[in-house]
Design a protein around this ligand. Structure first.
Ligand SMILES: Nc1nc2c(ncn2[C@@H]2O[C@H](COP(=O)(O)OP(=O)(O)OP(=O)(O)O)[C@@H](O)[C@H]2O)c(=O)[nH]1
Ligand SMILES: [Zn+2]
Length: 363
């Protein structure tokens, strides 16, 4: 018997540490490193890190490297060499695109070509899963477990952690209760909790849809700005209410509310993307400049929730062909696509056009 946390639990701790600005130790394939998220780094910890000696690098994604015109020799990421007089402002400038236009980085940035990048890859995946900017300071350590023990730091075995960071965590049903809403008095809200300690997701069931027939379904990704604030920049609020209304009219349906705000980058990063959109970049370019892919969502999660509720065939309310493909790939039969076109405004016309042109959305 052991009370020690397993790898999934250690990853959850590491995520919380990075969000708080606490360093984490990574160990794998005979190498070790101390990592810190660029976003939550403070001057004291930077000074402490430099006092350790050695050659730290700033790991960024190839998307961010492209904007900074830095060579990404590691394919999906780049290891940027720190200048000898590295400052907080320099690190922030590389990690955060907010001031790219106002004060462009004085380049060229030097990036490493030799050596392994496995630990750096895990460091970036951890910052993404912590919903921070995808950039991490990485300092090689010779005795990582000793260093972690002496400083009471979380130590992550990257060989075990890497596959878990890209896997879809299984969501377990927690509780459900009756919830009459405007769209239907016959509503029931189900709560699902992923086993990786991540955010909970919800399923709102209307009526009593039979499990052996296709159910009218919507996979809705959280959009605080659109769903709650009534933002005119996207169509999420009207889509949410339109889907519920249609389910209410038909007397049956299931709406998954997946807490993957901002297409999986988190609300803070989405607001960074909105700032970039105010500088003239579109929704896809803004994600790339921040270092993210256009869409970082895990659609397998939705399929897992539907299956655990007993649904295997759906009539999917969507304009996004990727959702259909991902459902089919993960064991849900999409027998029909039901278009959901509501809420176009002069503010979101460009956003919807970009999604059609660059992300394959159906008009
Ligand atoms: N990163 C980013 N996310 C955005 C932006 N505008 C909206 N979102 C997010 O995009 C997601 C929209 O999700 P969905 O409602 O599932 O929409 P969809 O993928 O366009 O597909 P359908 O609506 O089904 O056609 C939500 O998570 C929003 O928070 C943006 O400009 N940038
Ligand atoms: Zn939205």
């Amino acid at each position: 018997m052991s009370f020690a946390p397993d790898t999934v639990e250690i990853i959850a701790r590491a995520r919380a540490d990075l969000r708080m600005g606490v360093p984490v130790v990574l160990v794998g394939n005979g190498a070790g490193a101390l990592i810190l998220a660029a976003e939550t780094l403070d001057a004291q910890r930077l000074a402490d890190l430099r006092a350790l000696g050695g050659q730290p690098v700033l790991a960024i994604t190839s998307r961010r490297a492209e904007t900074l015109k830095a060579r990404a020799y590691d394919g999906d990421l780049a290891r940027v060499v720190l200048p000898s007089d590295v400052s907080m402002a320099w690190l922030r400038g590389v990690a955060d695109p907010a001031d790219d236009l106002k004060s462009p980085m004085k380049g060229p940035l030097q990036t490493l070509r030799d050596g392994a990048a496995d630990l750096h890859r895990v460091a970036i995946a951890l910052t993404k899963s912590a919903r921070l900017l995808p950039a991490a300071l990485v300092l090689p350590l010779t005795d990582p477990y000793v260093f972690a023990g002496e400083n009471a730091l979380t130590a992550v075995n990257t060989v075990l952690a890497a596959p878990l960071l890209t896997a879809s965590p299984h969501p377990h049903p927690v509780v459900s209760a009756r919830l009459p809403v405007e769209a239907s008095e016959a509503g029931r809200l189900h709560i699902f909790r992923p086993e990786d300690g991540g955010e909970e997701h919800y399923a709102f069931e209307i009526g009593s849809p039979p499990r052996d027939k296709p159910v009218l379904a919507r996979l809705h990704s959280a959009c605080f700005t659109g769903d709650v604030m009534g933002s005119l920049k996207c169509d999420c609020g009207p889509q949410l209410r339109g889907a519920l209304a249609q389910m209410g009219t038909e007397g049956a349906g299931v709406l998954l509310y997946l807490n993957q705000e901002g297409r999986g980058i988190g609300l803070a990063n989405k607001m960074r993307a909105y700032s970039l959109q105010d500088q003239g970049f579109d929704t896809v370019e803004a994600n790339h400049r921040l270092g993210f892919e256009d869409d970082e969502r895990d659609f397998k999660l939705g399929a897992s929730i539907l299956k655990s509720m007993g649904f295997h065939q759906i009539r999917l309310l969507t304009n996004n062909p990727r959702k259909i493909a991902m459902m089919e790939k993960n064991g849900i039969d999409v027998v029909e696509r039901v278009p959901l076109k509501v809420g176009e405004t002069h503010h979101n016309r460009g956003y919807l056009a970009t999604k059609a042109a660059k992300s394959g959305h159906l008009l």
